[in-house]
Design a protein around this ligand. Structure first.
Ligand SMILES: NC(=O)c1ccc[n+]([C@@H]2O[C@H](COP(=O)([O-])OP(=O)(O)OC[C@H]3O[C@@H](n4cnc5c(N)ncnc54)[C@H](OP(=O)(O)O)[C@@H]3O)[C@@H](O)[C@H]2O)c1
Length: 314
C-alpha cells in the first residue's frame, strides 16, 4: 500500500517520519520527489496540496485533508471523484473551544481596558455585567460550533446558533438558513464564526451583516470573533465597522492573506485581538493515527467516516 503526502507550508519531512513510524509497512511517497510512482498511490494526504496532482493517480481510493477544513482541496479543479475525508478529532475540537471561550471572555470581561489600566497603574473599578446578560451567536453548528456553544452555555451566556439545517440542542436557540439569518443576528451581541469556507460563505462577514447585529447588549456595540477562514471576512468592512463604531471589537484568527502582511492595520488596531491562525491546531500524531485507522477500517470493508459532501463543499 502507498500513501502520497502532498503538504504545502508545513515540514513534509516531519510528516514523512511520523507516518513511517506509525505504519512502517506502508510506502510513503512525497509530492515533488523525482522518483514518484503515481500509479502505486492508494491514498492521498493533503494540506495546501499541488492542484492536479491527485488526478494523476489512477488507483487512488481517497484523499484525506490534514485538517477540519477542506477548502484547500476544493480549490483543485481537477480533484478526482474519490471520497474526500476531513479530520474530526476531539483534541482539535477542545482546542477550538478553548480559543473561542477565551475570546468571548476577553470581550465580556473588558480585558483590553484592564490591560490599559494595569499599564497606567490605574486601580480602575470597571462595572461588570454577568454572562447571562450577553447573547452569543455562533455561525456554524458543526463539530466545532456545537462544542463551543455547549461550554459557553454552561458559563451562563445566552447562546444561539445558525446552520444550514435546524438543530435540536438543549439550551440552544437554533436558527437555520438564509431566511432566519437576520433574526439570529438581531439577537446577537457577540458573533462567533465557525463556518467552513464554501461558495456560500465567502465574504459572509461584511458590513451589511455587522449592521444587523444587536446594539442593545452591555458592550454597547457588537463583537465579532472569526476562527473559520479568512475568506469569510471582508477585511476592509471590518476596519470600517470598527472605526465607525458599528463594531465594538473583533477577535481574528484567520485572514485573507496568511501570513498577515507586516503592514496590515490589524496588527496594531486597538479594537482587535489577533492570533496567527492557531486557534485549533491539529496534533500531528492524532491526525496521523486518525488517518491510518480510517485506512485500516476501509480496507476491512467498513465505510469511511467524516466524508465531505462534494455538493455543499464541507
Ligand atoms: N482557525 C482554526 O485553527 C481552525 C481549525 C479547525 C477548523 N477551522 C474551521 O472551522 C470550520 C468548521 O469546522 P467543523 O468541523 O465544525 O465543520 P462542520 O462539522 O462541517 O460544521 C459546519 C457547520 O457550518 C454550517 N454551514 C455550512 N455552510 C452553511 C451555510 N451556507 N449556511 C448555514 N450554515 C452552514 C453547517 O450546517 P449543517 O449542520 O446544517 O450542515 C454546520 O453546522 C472548518 O471548515 C474550518 O474552516 C478553523
Amino acid at each position: 500500500m502507498s500513501l502520497l503526502l502532498s503538504i504545502g507550508g508545513w515540514d513534509i519531512d516531519a510528516w514523512d517520519r511520523r507516518f513511517k513510524s506509525f505504519a512502517p509497512g506502508i510506502r510513503i511517497q512525497h509530492a515533488g520527489a523525482s522518483d514518484l510512482d503515481l500509479s502505486a498511490v492508494d491514498y492521498g494526504v493533503a494540506w495546501q496540496s499541488e492542484p492536479g496532482l491527485f488526478a494523476r493517480c489512477p488507483n487512488l481510493k481517497a484523499v484525506f485533508s490534514l485538517g477540519a477544513g477542506v477548502d484547500h482541496l476544493m480549490r483543485d479543479p481537477d480533484l478526482p471523484d474519490v471520497p474526500v475525508l476531513r479530520i474530526v478529532d476531539p483534541n482539535l475540537t477542545m482546542r477550538m473551544t478553548e480559543w473561542v471561550t477565551l475570546q468571548v471572555l476577553l470581550h465580556h470581561r473588558q480585558q483590553s481596558l484592564l490591560d490599559q489600566a494595569q499599564r497606567a497603574a490605574d486601580w480602575r473599578d470597571l462595572p461588570q455585567w454577568s454572562a447571562d446578560e450577553v447573547r452569543v451567536g455562533i455561525l456554524g453548528l458543526g463539530n466545532l460550533g456545537r462544542d463551543s456553544a455547549d461550554v459557553l452555555a454552561r458559563l451562563g451566556f445566552q447562546v444561539a446558533g445558525w446552520s444550514r439545517s435546524k438543530k435540536q440542542i438543549p439550551g440552544l436557540d437554533s436558527f437555520a438558513g438564509a431566511d432566519e439569518l437576520d433574526a439570529f443576528l438581531a439577537r446577537t451581541d457577540i458573533l462567533v464564526c465557525l463556518l467552513p469556507l464554501t461558495p456560500e460563505t465567502v465574504g459572509i462577514l461584511n458590513y451589511d451583516l455587522f449592521s444587523k447585529l444587536a446594539r442593545t447588549g452591555p458592550l454597547g456595540a457588537p463583537v465579532i470573533i472569526n476562527a473559520g477562514r479568512g475568506g469569510q471576512q471582508v477585511e476592509a468592512d471590518i476596519l470600517r465597522a470598527l472605526d465607525d463604531g458599528t463594531l465594538h471589537a473583533a477577535s481574528l484568527d484567520v485572514f485573507n492573506q496568511e501570513p498577515l502582511a507586516s503592514d496590515s492595520p490589524f496588527w496594531a488596531h486597538p479594537k482587535v485581538y489577533l492570533t496567527p491562525h492557531l486557534a485549533a491546531e491539529s496534533h500531528p500524531d492524532h491526525m496521523c493515527r486518525n488517518i491510518l485507522d480510517q485506512i485500516a477500517a476501509y480496507e476491512r470493508g467498513e465505510p469511511f467516516k467524516n466524508r465531505v459532501d462534494m455538493t455543499t463543499g464541507y
